[in-house]
Design a protein around this ligand. Sequence first.
Ligand code: CIR
Length: 256
Amino acid sequence: MFTKAIVRTPCRNMVMGITTSAYLGTPDYEKALVQHKAYIKTLESLGLAVTVLPLNEAFPDSCFVEDPAVVTKECAIITNPKENSRNGEKDEILPAISMFYSEDQIFYIKAPGTFEGGDVMKAGDTFFVGRSARTNEEGIAQFASIVSAFGYKTVAVPLRQVLHLKTGADYMENDTMLLCGEFIDRPEFSNYRKIVVSEEEAYATNSLWINGKVIVPEGFPRTREALEKAGYETVVADTSEYRKIDGGLSCLSLRF
Ligand code: CIR
């Protein structure tokens, strides 16, 4: 169960966020703000106390707070985002993390390790970590060594086609994975019940389990139906403006 979340209001410069989805157009900032408020309300309705950090124009992608930190019950890890325009987000998130974790509970991924929280999927006491264009072997080794002290196992999952691991593989608790594309047949996930997402609805793979319910992005009815058929109660949130800069539901918050 989660009780808390951290989010950051998107800044106007989000229109300059890193993207591979330019074909979807430029984010509409006013609409993004409305969607962000609704996202916060949804988290609150699922029982989370949400800390809202102020917008930060220096970092166009800074609303995606999931990437500069990983939070667990026992500790928090400040990551080392690979892209220059995002790397400083690690310093901006630290004060917020320090509100909830003492100094001896906070750990750091250091260069030459690179690491982004979007690559981290926790399933029970295992952390699956995407070895991606953003998260390298050295970053994963540092992460594994930090969390092993708290009894967690780390399993690296190579990926080729998507940005982060959670772009294409998300844990829905109950031994169930929501999987798309290159992850459907990965041996690392062979022992889990699988809900397969079609290529047309690939974006909806990044749905978010919170306290027994699943938030699904708006506009992906088949994934929603598949989740409901598998026994989940779903809630819908519109993230269309974040999708335009490769952001999904999980990227917009840290949950703990
Ligand atoms: C980026 O490319 O870094 C951002 N535009 C999107 C980050 C999405 N974050 C995530 O999947 N955790």
